[in-house]
Design a protein around this ligand. Structure first.
Ligand code: NIG
Ligand code: FE
Length: 388
C-alpha cells in the first residue's frame, strides 16, 4: 500500500539534496510513503501515482520530532516542589528521591500506563521517536523493571542507575557505584541501549561517572551524560573523552567545554524545559552553534525539573531565549535528536527513511516558534501509519 502526501506548502526534509539550506526546504512538495518508508520526495507536480492520496492543503510538513532525552518511567508528581520553587526555592537533585519512593511503590501496570500516557501525549504533539531512561528505581530489581517497561514502548532505552545515590547507600556512595557497575548493570544491560550518569555535585563526581560509563560501555551500552546542568564540572569533558553520543544539559560551559564539543562527534543536547521549570539561566545555544558543535533539543520530560512532553514548547523557548533561529531549532528537534541517538532512519524526510511525518496547521515550520503554546499538530504519521 502506497500513500501520496501532496500539496505540501513547505516541506522540511533535513536533506540538503532535496532543497535549500540545512533544512533542505522544498515548497509545493510531495512525499510518497511505501511500506512505512519514504519512497519518493520532490515537487508535487512531478509526484508519481500512489494507492492513496492525502492533501496537506498547502500547509507545512516536517519530520516527526526526535526527543532524545526523557525520563518517563515514574509514579507520582512533584507539584509541591514546583510550587515551592516558584516561590523562590532553588532546584536540587535531592527531589529525585521523592519520585524514587513513589516509583518503587507503584505496580508494573501503573508504571506501564504512565509511560504509555506520556508516549501518547508526545505522539499527539508530533514526537515519533522518544528516548526513555530508568533512574527512579535505584535498586537492582526496580531499575531492571523500569527498563523492561520502557523497552515495551521504545528501543531507545537508557540505563540511569547512576541518577543519584540510592537512599540505602547514603553513607556508602562507593558501595552504590559498585552496585551500579556490577549486579545492577548485569540486570539492566539486556534491556538497555545506552548508559547515562548524572555527573553533578550532589550526584556523581567525575571519577564515579567515568566508572559507570566505562562499565556500561564494556557491556555494549553507549554512553550519554547528564553534564554541566547545575554547575561547571567534568561531565562534558568526560563525555567527549569517552566518545559519548551526547552531553545533555550543557548549561554551565567553559570555553574549553565548548571547544571540546565542537571538535567531537558528541552532540550537545539542550533541555530548555529544565531551565524553564527550575527558573534557571538557559544554556547558550548560539555559543555552541557558532563554535561548530552539533546541537539537539529535547524535553527532559520528568516530574522534577521539566514536566513537559512538548517539543514545540522547547523549540519556541530555544528560539526566544537561547539564540537559535527557528530553522536551527527545528533542525535540532528533529535531525539533531536523531544524531544524538545515532539514528539515520529518523529525523529526515528522504528516500529510505522511516515515514515519520508531522503536518502542521500552519504554512511554515517557523510557526512552531512564532505561535508559541498553540497546538499546531494537524496530522502525524509514524512508520507510515497515520496516528493523529
Ligand atoms: O535531567 N538532572 C537529573 N535528572 C533530571 C531531573 C530529575 C528529577 O528532578 O526528578 C534532569 O533534569
Ligand atoms: Fe534528564
Amino acid at each position: 500500500m502506497s500513500l501520496l502526501i501532496t500539496d505540501i506548502g513547505s516541506l522540511v526534509t533535513n536533506d540538503p539534496a532535496h532543497g535549500t539550506g540545512p533544512l533542505g526546504l522544498l515548497s509545493d512538495a510531495a512525499v510518497v510513503v511505501e511500506d512505512g518508508t519514504i519512497a519518493w520526495v520532490g515537487p508535487a507536480a512531478q509526484a508519481p501515482a500512489a494507492d492513496e492520496k492525502h492533501s496537506a492543503g498547502g500547509r507545512a510538513v516536517l519530520p516527526g520530532f526526535v526527543d532524545s532525552h526523557a525520563h518517563l518511567v515514574f509514579a507520582g508528581d512533584r507539584t509541591a516542589e514546583f510550587n515551592a520553587r516558584m516561590s523562590g526555592q532553588s532546584y536540587t537533585a535531592g527531589g529525585i528521591r521523592t519520585t524514587v519512593a513513589a516509583t518503587r511503590a507503584a505496580t508494573d501496570a501503573e508504571l506501564d500506563a504512565n509511560v504509555a500516557r506520556f508516549v501518547g501525549e508526545a505522539l499527539r504533539q508530533g514526537t515519533t521517536t522518544v528516548e526513555c531512561k530508568s533512574g527512579y528505581g535505584l535498586t537492582v530489581a526496580d531499575e531492571a523493571r523500569a527498563l523492561r517497561i520502557a523497552a515495551a514502548h521504545t528501543p531507545e532505552t537508557t540505563y540511569l542507575g547512576a541518577h543519584v545515590v540510592a537512599p540505602e547507600y547514603a553513607e556508602d556512595p562507593a558501595g552504590y557505584v559498585d552496585l551500579v557497575t556490577g549486579e545492577m548493570l548485569d540486570a539492566c544491560a539486556p534491556h538497555a541501549r545506552w548508559v547515562d550518569v548524572f555527573c553533578e555535585q550532589g550526584a556523581f563526581d567525575g571519577d564515579q561517572a567515568r566508572a559507570v560509563l566505562t562499565a556500561g560501555a564494556k557491556r555494549g551500552l553507549v554512553p550519554r551524560v547528564h553534564a554541566n546542568q547545575l554547575s561547571y564540572g567534568p561531565g562534558v569533558q568526560l563525555a567527549v573523552e569517552l566518545g559519548a553520543a551526547s552531553a545533555d544539559h550543557c548549561t554551565h560551559l567553559t570555553d574549553e567545554d565548548v571547544a571540546a564539543l565542537a571538535g567531537s562527534q558528541t552532540v550537545a543536547t539542550l533541555l530548555p524545559g529544565a531551565e524553564f521549570s527550575t527558573r534557571a539561566a538557559y544554556p547558550d545555544a548560539r555559543r555552541l552553534l557558532d563554535a561548530g558543535a552539533t546541537v539537539a533539543l529535547s524535553t527532559d520530560c520528568n516530574p522534577g525539573s521539566s514536566f513537559t512532553t512538548s517539543m514545540a514548547f522547547c523549540l519556541a523557548v530555544a528560539v526566544r531565549e537561547m539564540g537559535m533561529t527557528p530553522d536551527e531549532a527545528v533542525w535540532a528537534a528533529t535531525a539533531g535528536g536523531a544524531r544524538a541517538l545515532r539514528r539515520t532512519d529518523v529525523g529526515t524526510v528522504t528516500p529510505g527513511a522511516r515515514a515519520d511525518l508531522l503536518q502542521l496547521d500552519a504554512p511554515s515550520h517557523v510557526h512552531l516558534a512564532y505561535r508559541p503554546g498553540v497546538p499546531l499538530t494537524a496530522a502525524v504519521w509514524r512508520a507510515g501509519v497515520r496516528v493523529v
